[in-house]
Design a protein. Structure first.
Length: 202
């Protein structure tokens, strides 16, 4: 009886873990799809927007403000669920620290959507926090993967982390382009990880 009870508990734990991995994976894939769909639709509805003269956040106070800001909030929430999944999956300190930074970057993205440019300086703080935490989280997770002997995955994550940070080392006429490059790098990594989680291979 005790053996059967322990076996049942083990099976239930495996099922619970499988569900958690699937939810994490789905959110990792869905977050960039939702966010970028809303961003590019908002751009199509804003004829005044130019890549050389605007920040993406300018869309948050234009005629498509509701779509742009809602996309960031929804994407940030999905990313937060994904990051929480990372946090509960990783067992070592380095990758858990990176996952925590990734979670904080997700909260910052939600903050960008809630506090648009119309809210004043607080929008700037959330924006800086998002891009800084995004790059730092990937570097931390990359280092953690290498220390955990997942060298190829760690190297790829480090490269993506540096790509997320690299655009900010240059001077731009407007920040829409570096924002896009940095966000694409981070969300591409999340999507790749999301697929791995869906396949049960975190």
């Amino acid at each position: 009886m005790m053996w059967m009870s322990q076996s049942t508990m083990g099976t239930e734990a495996e099922i619970s873990k499988g569900k958690r991995l699937k939810i994490t994976g789905i959110c990792g894939i869905a977050a960039p799809v939702v966010s970028f769909s809303c961003i590019f639709i908002a751009i199509s509805l804003s004829p005044w927007f130019t890549w050389s003269g605007n920040a993406l956040s300018d869309l948050g106070v234009g005629e498509a403000w509701w779509l742009f800001n809602s996309g960031l909030i929804a994407g940030g929430i999905l990313t937060a669920v994904f990051a929480a999944g990372l946090l509960t999956t990783y067992g070592d300190a380095a990758r858990r620290f990176g996952a925590l930074l990734f979670l904080l970057s997700a909260f910052s993205l939600v903050g960008i959507g809630i506090f648009s440019e119309a809210a004043g300086r607080i929008h700037f703080y959330f924006s800086v926090a998002f891009f800084a935490l995004l790059a730092l989280s990937l570097v931390a997770i990359g280092v953690g993967n290498i220390l955990a002997k997942f060298r190829k995955v760690g190297a790829l994550t480090l490269i993506i982390g540096f790509l997320a940070a690299l655009p900010w080392a240059f001077t731009w006429s407007a920040v829409a382009v570096p924002e896009l490059i940095s966000a694409l790098a981070g969300t591409a990594w999340a999507a790749i990880q999301g697929v791995k989680f869906l396949l049960g291979k975190p």
